[in-house]
Design a protein around this ligand. Structure first.
Ligand code: AVJ
Length: 321
Protein backbone atom coordinates (compact mmCIF):
# COMPACT_ATOMS: atom_id res chain seq x y z
CA UNK A 1 0.00 0.00 0.00
CA UNK A 2 1.16 3.60 -0.53
CA UNK A 3 2.67 5.78 2.20
CA UNK A 4 -0.78 7.16 3.08
CA UNK A 5 -1.39 3.92 5.07
CA UNK A 6 -1.12 5.67 8.43
CA UNK A 7 -4.10 7.90 7.76
CA UNK A 8 -6.28 5.23 6.13
CA UNK A 9 -9.60 4.48 7.76
CA UNK A 10 -10.26 1.02 9.18
CA UNK A 11 -12.71 0.63 6.29
CA UNK A 12 -9.99 1.29 3.68
CA UNK A 13 -7.52 -0.99 5.45
CA UNK A 14 -10.02 -3.84 5.67
CA UNK A 15 -10.97 -3.51 2.01
CA UNK A 16 -7.30 -3.44 1.01
CA UNK A 17 -6.45 -6.53 3.01
CA UNK A 18 -9.53 -8.39 1.70
CA UNK A 19 -8.80 -7.63 -1.94
CA UNK A 20 -5.11 -8.55 -1.46
CA UNK A 21 -6.02 -11.97 0.00
CA UNK A 22 -6.33 -15.19 -1.90
CA UNK A 23 -9.21 -15.98 -2.18
CA UNK A 24 -10.47 -12.39 -2.08
CA UNK A 25 -12.97 -11.44 0.61
CA UNK A 26 -14.87 -8.39 1.89
CA UNK A 27 -16.58 -8.19 5.29
CA UNK A 28 -20.39 -8.23 5.44
CA UNK A 29 -20.23 -5.69 8.27
CA UNK A 30 -19.70 -3.05 5.56
CA UNK A 31 -23.05 -3.81 3.85
CA UNK A 32 -24.91 -1.40 6.08
CA UNK A 33 -24.64 2.15 4.79
CA UNK A 34 -27.93 4.02 4.31
CA UNK A 35 -28.72 2.20 1.05
CA UNK A 36 -27.66 -1.12 2.61
CA UNK A 37 -29.98 -0.53 5.59
CA UNK A 38 -32.87 0.14 3.20
CA UNK A 39 -32.11 -2.90 1.07
CA UNK A 40 -32.01 -5.11 4.16
CA UNK A 41 -35.39 -3.70 5.24
CA UNK A 42 -36.74 -4.76 1.83
CA UNK A 43 -35.11 -8.21 2.15
CA UNK A 44 -36.90 -8.76 5.48
CA UNK A 45 -40.22 -8.39 3.68
CA UNK A 46 -39.38 -10.70 0.75
CA UNK A 47 -41.39 -13.86 0.14
CA UNK A 48 -38.24 -15.99 0.06
CA UNK A 49 -36.66 -14.48 3.18
CA UNK A 50 -38.42 -16.68 5.76
CA UNK A 51 -36.14 -15.71 8.70
CA UNK A 52 -37.92 -12.52 9.79
CA UNK A 53 -41.38 -14.04 9.38
CA UNK A 54 -40.40 -17.13 11.40
CA UNK A 55 -39.04 -15.10 14.30
CA UNK A 56 -42.08 -12.83 14.18
CA UNK A 57 -44.34 -15.89 14.41
CA UNK A 58 -42.43 -17.19 17.43
CA UNK A 59 -42.82 -13.87 19.25
CA UNK A 60 -46.44 -13.42 18.27
CA UNK A 61 -47.59 -16.96 19.10
CA UNK A 62 -45.47 -17.61 22.18
CA UNK A 63 -45.18 -14.22 23.89
CA UNK A 64 -46.89 -15.48 27.04
CA UNK A 65 -44.46 -18.38 27.47
CA UNK A 66 -41.53 -16.10 26.57
CA UNK A 67 -42.51 -13.63 29.29
CA UNK A 68 -42.87 -16.43 31.85
CA UNK A 69 -39.38 -17.71 31.01
CA UNK A 70 -37.84 -14.20 31.08
CA UNK A 71 -39.27 -13.59 34.56
CA UNK A 72 -38.48 -16.99 36.08
CA UNK A 73 -38.56 -16.46 39.85
CA UNK A 74 -38.02 -12.70 39.53
CA UNK A 75 -40.53 -9.86 39.34
CA UNK A 76 -38.52 -7.49 37.13
CA UNK A 77 -35.69 -7.41 34.56
CA UNK A 78 -33.78 -5.13 32.25
CA UNK A 79 -34.23 -6.09 28.60
CA UNK A 80 -31.09 -5.34 26.55
CA UNK A 81 -31.02 -5.67 22.76
CA UNK A 82 -27.79 -6.02 20.78
CA UNK A 83 -28.04 -4.42 17.32
CA UNK A 84 -31.59 -3.24 17.79
CA UNK A 85 -32.28 -2.09 14.21
CA UNK A 86 -35.84 -0.87 13.70
CA UNK A 87 -37.22 -3.08 16.48
CA UNK A 88 -40.27 -4.26 14.49
CA UNK A 89 -40.14 -7.79 15.89
CA UNK A 90 -39.08 -6.72 19.37
CA UNK A 91 -42.08 -4.38 19.52
CA UNK A 92 -44.39 -7.40 19.64
CA UNK A 93 -42.76 -8.43 22.93
CA UNK A 94 -42.40 -4.89 24.28
CA UNK A 95 -46.11 -4.12 23.72
CA UNK A 96 -47.17 -7.35 25.34
CA UNK A 97 -44.91 -6.90 28.37
CA UNK A 98 -46.22 -3.35 28.89
CA UNK A 99 -49.85 -4.53 28.53
CA UNK A 100 -49.21 -7.11 31.25
CA UNK A 101 -47.86 -4.43 33.58
CA UNK A 102 -44.41 -6.06 33.76
CA UNK A 103 -41.76 -4.11 35.69
CA UNK A 104 -38.96 -3.83 33.09
CA UNK A 105 -36.90 -1.33 31.13
CA UNK A 106 -35.55 -1.58 27.57
CA UNK A 107 -31.94 -0.81 26.64
CA UNK A 108 -31.28 -1.06 22.89
CA UNK A 109 -27.56 -1.05 22.05
CA UNK A 110 -26.40 -0.09 18.58
CA UNK A 111 -23.25 1.26 17.00
CA UNK A 112 -25.37 3.78 15.06
CA UNK A 113 -26.75 6.76 17.02
CA UNK A 114 -29.06 7.43 14.06
CA UNK A 115 -30.68 4.00 14.39
CA UNK A 116 -31.18 4.58 18.14
CA UNK A 117 -32.71 8.04 17.62
CA UNK A 118 -35.23 6.71 15.11
CA UNK A 119 -36.07 3.74 17.34
CA UNK A 120 -36.45 5.85 20.52
CA UNK A 121 -38.72 8.31 18.77
CA UNK A 122 -40.84 5.53 17.32
CA UNK A 123 -41.16 3.78 20.69
CA UNK A 124 -42.03 7.04 22.42
CA UNK A 125 -45.04 7.28 20.13
CA UNK A 126 -46.09 3.64 19.83
CA UNK A 127 -45.44 2.51 23.44
CA UNK A 128 -45.35 5.74 25.51
CA UNK A 129 -45.34 3.86 28.84
CA UNK A 130 -42.13 2.00 27.96
CA UNK A 131 -38.97 3.07 29.78
CA UNK A 132 -36.24 3.28 27.09
CA UNK A 133 -32.54 3.73 27.86
CA UNK A 134 -30.66 3.60 24.52
CA UNK A 135 -26.89 3.09 24.58
CA UNK A 136 -24.68 3.96 21.64
CA UNK A 137 -21.51 1.95 21.21
CA UNK A 138 -19.77 -1.37 21.01
CA UNK A 139 -21.79 -4.34 22.39
CA UNK A 140 -19.22 -5.36 24.97
CA UNK A 141 -18.48 -1.85 26.28
CA UNK A 142 -22.20 -1.17 26.59
CA UNK A 143 -22.87 -4.46 28.40
CA UNK A 144 -20.00 -3.83 30.80
CA UNK A 145 -21.41 -0.38 31.55
CA UNK A 146 -24.89 -1.80 32.14
CA UNK A 147 -23.53 -4.48 34.43
CA UNK A 148 -21.89 -1.87 36.66
CA UNK A 149 -25.08 0.06 37.27
CA UNK A 150 -27.72 -2.64 37.31
CA UNK A 151 -28.78 -4.91 40.13
CA UNK A 152 -31.68 -6.32 38.17
CA UNK A 153 -31.52 -9.45 36.06
CA UNK A 154 -30.41 -8.71 32.51
CA UNK A 155 -32.20 -10.39 29.61
CA UNK A 156 -30.09 -9.90 26.48
CA UNK A 157 -31.68 -10.21 23.03
CA UNK A 158 -29.52 -11.08 20.01
CA UNK A 159 -32.09 -11.66 17.30
CA UNK A 160 -32.45 -12.13 13.56
CA UNK A 161 -29.77 -14.86 13.29
CA UNK A 162 -27.20 -12.08 13.37
CA UNK A 163 -24.95 -14.69 15.02
CA UNK A 164 -24.91 -16.37 11.56
CA UNK A 165 -22.47 -13.77 10.27
CA UNK A 166 -19.84 -15.31 12.58
CA UNK A 167 -18.05 -18.39 11.30
CA UNK A 168 -18.42 -21.49 13.45
CA UNK A 169 -14.84 -20.91 14.51
CA UNK A 170 -15.47 -17.42 15.84
CA UNK A 171 -19.05 -17.72 17.22
CA UNK A 172 -18.06 -19.54 20.48
CA UNK A 173 -15.47 -16.84 21.20
CA UNK A 174 -18.07 -14.11 20.69
CA UNK A 175 -20.61 -15.92 22.90
CA UNK A 176 -18.02 -16.54 25.63
CA UNK A 177 -17.11 -12.86 25.61
CA UNK A 178 -20.79 -11.99 25.79
CA UNK A 179 -21.13 -14.27 28.82
CA UNK A 180 -18.08 -12.65 30.45
CA UNK A 181 -20.04 -9.40 30.48
CA UNK A 182 -23.06 -10.99 32.22
CA UNK A 183 -23.69 -12.16 35.78
CA UNK A 184 -24.83 -15.60 36.93
CA UNK A 185 -28.57 -15.93 36.36
CA UNK A 186 -28.70 -13.39 33.50
CA UNK A 187 -30.42 -14.60 30.34
CA UNK A 188 -29.52 -14.60 26.65
CA UNK A 189 -32.33 -14.93 24.07
CA UNK A 190 -30.66 -15.65 20.77
CA UNK A 191 -32.06 -16.35 17.28
CA UNK A 192 -30.58 -19.11 15.10
CA UNK A 193 -31.62 -20.05 11.58
CA UNK A 194 -31.92 -23.84 11.35
CA UNK A 195 -30.78 -26.26 8.65
CA UNK A 196 -33.68 -27.12 6.35
CA UNK A 197 -34.43 -27.93 2.68
CA UNK A 198 -31.32 -26.54 0.92
CA UNK A 199 -33.52 -25.12 -1.85
CA UNK A 200 -35.48 -23.04 0.64
CA UNK A 201 -32.23 -21.67 2.08
CA UNK A 202 -30.68 -20.88 -1.29
CA UNK A 203 -33.80 -19.04 -2.48
CA UNK A 204 -33.68 -16.84 0.63
CA UNK A 205 -30.29 -15.56 -0.58
CA UNK A 206 -31.18 -15.51 -4.27
CA UNK A 207 -34.61 -13.87 -4.44
CA UNK A 208 -36.54 -13.47 -7.69
CA UNK A 209 -36.63 -9.67 -7.46
CA UNK A 210 -32.85 -9.50 -7.15
CA UNK A 211 -32.87 -7.45 -3.94
CA UNK A 212 -30.22 -9.65 -2.30
CA UNK A 213 -28.07 -9.27 -5.40
CA UNK A 214 -28.41 -5.48 -5.10
CA UNK A 215 -27.60 -5.73 -1.39
CA UNK A 216 -24.38 -7.63 -2.19
CA UNK A 217 -23.37 -5.34 -5.07
CA UNK A 218 -24.11 -2.27 -2.94
CA UNK A 219 -20.89 -3.10 -1.08
CA UNK A 220 -18.96 -2.29 -4.28
CA UNK A 221 -21.07 0.84 -4.81
CA UNK A 222 -20.18 1.93 -1.28
CA UNK A 223 -16.46 1.36 -1.90
CA UNK A 224 -16.76 3.39 -5.11
CA UNK A 225 -18.46 6.22 -3.26
CA UNK A 226 -16.53 6.32 0.00
CA UNK A 227 -13.07 5.18 -1.09
CA UNK A 228 -13.03 6.59 -4.62
CA UNK A 229 -12.95 3.24 -6.41
CA UNK A 230 -14.02 2.41 -9.96
CA UNK A 231 -15.73 -0.99 -9.62
CA UNK A 232 -17.83 -1.77 -12.71
CA UNK A 233 -21.09 -2.72 -10.99
CA UNK A 234 -22.17 -4.80 -14.00
CA UNK A 235 -18.90 -6.73 -13.87
CA UNK A 236 -19.84 -8.99 -10.95
CA UNK A 237 -22.43 -11.77 -10.57
CA UNK A 238 -24.20 -12.46 -7.28
CA UNK A 239 -23.71 -16.12 -6.36
CA UNK A 240 -24.79 -17.67 -3.04
CA UNK A 241 -23.94 -21.26 -2.04
CA UNK A 242 -25.22 -23.54 0.71
CA UNK A 243 -23.23 -26.47 2.08
CA UNK A 244 -25.73 -28.94 3.61
CA UNK A 245 -22.95 -30.75 5.47
CA UNK A 246 -21.63 -27.75 7.42
CA UNK A 247 -24.68 -25.46 7.24
CA UNK A 248 -22.54 -22.68 5.80
CA UNK A 249 -24.35 -20.30 3.44
CA UNK A 250 -21.93 -18.01 1.63
CA UNK A 251 -22.46 -15.06 -0.67
CA UNK A 252 -20.00 -14.25 -3.42
CA UNK A 253 -19.45 -11.63 -6.08
CA UNK A 254 -17.93 -13.31 -9.12
CA UNK A 255 -16.03 -11.22 -11.65
CA UNK A 256 -17.57 -11.99 -15.07
CA UNK A 257 -14.40 -10.92 -16.96
CA UNK A 258 -10.73 -10.23 -16.37
CA UNK A 259 -10.64 -6.70 -14.97
CA UNK A 260 -8.87 -4.27 -12.69
CA UNK A 261 -10.14 -1.86 -10.10
CA UNK A 262 -8.33 1.19 -8.75
CA UNK A 263 -9.09 2.48 -5.24
CA UNK A 264 -8.00 6.07 -4.62
CA UNK A 265 -8.03 5.72 -0.83
CA UNK A 266 -5.47 2.89 -0.88
CA UNK A 267 -3.63 4.09 -3.99
CA UNK A 268 -3.65 0.53 -5.33
CA UNK A 269 -4.93 -1.39 -8.33
CA UNK A 270 -6.44 -4.83 -7.75
CA UNK A 271 -6.71 -7.41 -10.57
CA UNK A 272 -9.40 -9.99 -11.13
CA UNK A 273 -9.08 -13.05 -13.34
CA UNK A 274 -12.18 -13.93 -15.34
CA UNK A 275 -14.61 -15.71 -12.94
CA UNK A 276 -12.53 -15.00 -9.88
CA UNK A 277 -14.76 -14.70 -6.80
CA UNK A 278 -14.91 -12.39 -3.78
CA UNK A 279 -16.43 -13.97 -0.68
CA UNK A 280 -18.70 -11.37 0.97
CA UNK A 281 -20.83 -13.03 3.65
CA UNK A 282 -21.40 -16.10 5.82
CA UNK A 283 -24.97 -16.79 6.96
CA UNK A 284 -24.50 -19.91 9.04
CA UNK A 285 -27.38 -22.41 9.44
CA UNK A 286 -27.48 -24.60 12.53
CA UNK A 287 -28.67 -27.93 13.91
CA UNK A 288 -30.08 -27.98 17.45
CA UNK A 289 -27.06 -30.10 18.40
CA UNK A 290 -24.64 -27.39 17.25
CA UNK A 291 -26.62 -24.78 19.21
CA UNK A 292 -26.49 -26.84 22.41
CA UNK A 293 -22.74 -27.26 22.01
CA UNK A 294 -22.32 -23.51 21.63
CA UNK A 295 -24.25 -22.91 24.85
CA UNK A 296 -22.10 -25.37 26.73
CA UNK A 297 -18.81 -24.07 25.34
CA UNK A 298 -19.72 -20.48 26.21
CA UNK A 299 -20.80 -21.22 29.81
CA UNK A 300 -24.58 -21.12 29.47
CA UNK A 301 -27.34 -23.52 30.52
CA UNK A 302 -30.14 -24.12 27.98
CA UNK A 303 -33.50 -23.08 29.45
CA UNK A 304 -35.80 -23.50 26.48
CA UNK A 305 -35.94 -23.50 22.65
CA UNK A 306 -38.79 -21.60 21.01
CA UNK A 307 -39.41 -22.71 17.41
CA UNK A 308 -41.89 -21.78 14.68
CA UNK A 309 -44.43 -24.22 13.22
CA UNK A 310 -42.16 -25.09 10.25
CA UNK A 311 -39.13 -25.70 12.47
CA UNK A 312 -37.22 -23.24 10.30
CA UNK A 313 -35.89 -21.11 13.11
CA UNK A 314 -35.20 -21.17 16.85
CA UNK A 315 -35.00 -18.51 19.54
CA UNK A 316 -32.94 -20.17 22.25
CA UNK A 317 -33.12 -19.02 25.87
CA UNK A 318 -29.87 -19.57 27.78
CA UNK A 319 -28.94 -18.80 31.36
CA UNK A 320 -25.46 -17.66 32.33
CA UNK A 321 -23.94 -20.18 34.76
C1 AVJ B 1 -28.81 -9.86 9.06
C2 AVJ B 1 -26.98 -11.36 8.97
C3 AVJ B 1 -29.13 -12.17 9.58
O1 AVJ B 1 -27.43 -13.43 6.93
O2 AVJ B 1 -29.57 -13.67 6.66
C4 AVJ B 1 -29.78 -11.13 4.28
C5 AVJ B 1 -28.17 -10.63 6.24
N1 AVJ B 1 -27.70 -11.24 3.87
N2 AVJ B 1 -29.64 -11.47 3.00
C6 AVJ B 1 -28.58 -12.98 6.92
C7 AVJ B 1 -28.56 -10.99 4.83
C8 AVJ B 1 -28.37 -11.52 2.74
C9 AVJ B 1 -28.80 -11.51 7.27
N3 AVJ B 1 -28.41 -11.22 8.69
Amino acid sequence: MSETTAILSTFAKDIHSGLSSNPKCLSSKYFYDETGDQLFQTIMGLEEYYLTRSEFEIFDQQKKEILKSFLGEDTSFNLVELGAGDGTKTKVLLKYFVSQGVDFSYSPIDISQHVLDVLSEDLGESIPKLQVNAIQGDYFDALAKLNENHFQKEVVLFLGSNIGNFSNGSAPKFLTRLGDNLSTGDLLFIGFDLMKDPNVILSAYNDKLGVTKEFNINLLRRINKELGANFDLEGYEHFPTYNPITGETKSHLVSNKAQEVFIKATGETYSFDAWEAIHTEVSQKYSLKMIHQFAEQAGFKVIKNFTDKNNFYVDALWEKI
